[in-house]
Design a protein around this ligand. Structure first.
Ligand code: SF4
Ligand code: SF4
Length: 318
């Protein structure tokens, strides 16, 4: 994979600072039942990096100490961390809204037969990536047979009450190539119509997410000679109004070892949260303070969050 950070560091993106922390986004490890070619963390069935019980307990302490409202779980397949259910149950006891970024196929793996019912019981919001509503495009991006399993997964979640307003089911769309996502509301209507008509699937919300010029996507742009053009597209579509709402203002991203980043993209770039003494900040540092007012590490990839309607883990910002 071609490195992108050196192409992004020299930036004119505005300096921004953290506000009050409301979301802790934790990567529980790189173990996954799939091994998608585009995966930004190279997750797969043979990866052994998993957040330990000690760090899971530390995360729970942080949720409590900082009165954090949202816990957003990613991976790999976050459900494959042996402490996933423990973390979710304890966080829910604290009244925290839990989001599971679920690949849907995990619901059909041996040993995970009760996972969907567990998520429903705990009222966990399920966020699932479905880059298109046609089988060909999804299988091309995520692997053969993934579309059929995703459909079956969404139907299983619907049968448990997901997608009808009470138990929140959200889908994520990102463009296949170097373009900005279309209008989120219009695409959501299209998705709702197609999925209902062809598969009798309902869901609550579609999140459109802009592709970031980093990791695999960035590397693909470089190898095709499209990196500069894509950056020009992002910069030309800069919308200053999105700056106040970029997710790093209120979210901290945590890696499987407990280290802190301003967002998941900075985690992927391995750029830690800036600290006064140049030490890497860790979950344990969050017990004492939430770092409101601290500067955020920005570089040219941040234009991906502010272009057009804006982009975050929760979709468009505008
Ligand atoms: S399902 Fe997600 S985490 Fe797993 S390999 Fe695919 S992209 Fe990576
Ligand atoms: S990539 Fe987006 S979320 Fe991350 S630091 Fe830049 S503006 Fe913030």
């Amino acid at each position: 994979m071609l490195p992108t950070l050196q192409l992004l560091e020299n930036t004119d993106f505005p300096q921004i600072k953290r506000a009050q922390l409301s979301t802790l986004q934790i990567n529980l490890g790189y173990l996954c039942n799939q091994s998608c070619v585009h995966c930004h963390v190279n997750a797969g069935p043979t990866r052994t990096e998993l957040m330990s019980k000690a760090h899971v307990d530390l995360a729970l302490e942080v949720l409590k100490a900082r009165q954090i409202q949202v816990l957003d779980l990613t991976g790999g397949a976050p459900e494959m961390n042996p402490y996933f259910k423990y973390l979710v149950t304890k966080a829910r006891e604290l009244g925290v809204h839990v989001i599971d970024r679920c690949n849907l196929t995990i619901l059909f793996e041996p040993g995970y037969e009760d996972l969907a019912a567990f998520l429903a019981k705990q009222q966990v919001e399920v966020v699932a990536s479905l880059p298109c509503y046609s089988a060909d495009n999804v299988d091309k991006q995520r692997g053969k047979g993934v579309f059929d399993k995703s459909v079956a997964g969404l139907q299983a979640l619907n049968a448990l009450g997901y997608g009808h307003g009470q138990l929140k089911l959200s889908l994520v769309y990102n463009p296949q190539g170097p373009s900005l996502p279309p209008n989120q509301q219009q695409l959501e209507q299209q998705y709702k119509h197609e999925l209902k008509t062809h598969f009798d699937i309902v869901f609550d919300q579609l999140y459109t997410i802009t592709n970031m010029p980093i990791k695999r996507f960035g590397s693909m742009l470089i190898s095709k000679g499209q990196f500069a053009d894509y950056m020009t597209l992002l910069k030309h579509n800069y919308a200053a109004a999105n700056l106040a709402q970029v997710m790093c203002r209120s979210l901290i991203s945590v890696d499987w070892q407990g280290y802190l980043y301003d967002c998941d993209f900075n985690q992927q770039l391995d750029v830690p949260m800036p600290s006064a003494n140049q030490q890497r900040l860790h979950l344990r540092d969050l017990i004492q303070q939430d770092f409101a007012g601290n500067p955020i590490y920005v570089a040219d990839h941040c234009y991906g969050c502010t272009a057009g309607s804006g982009s975050s883990c929760g979709g468009a910002l505008a």
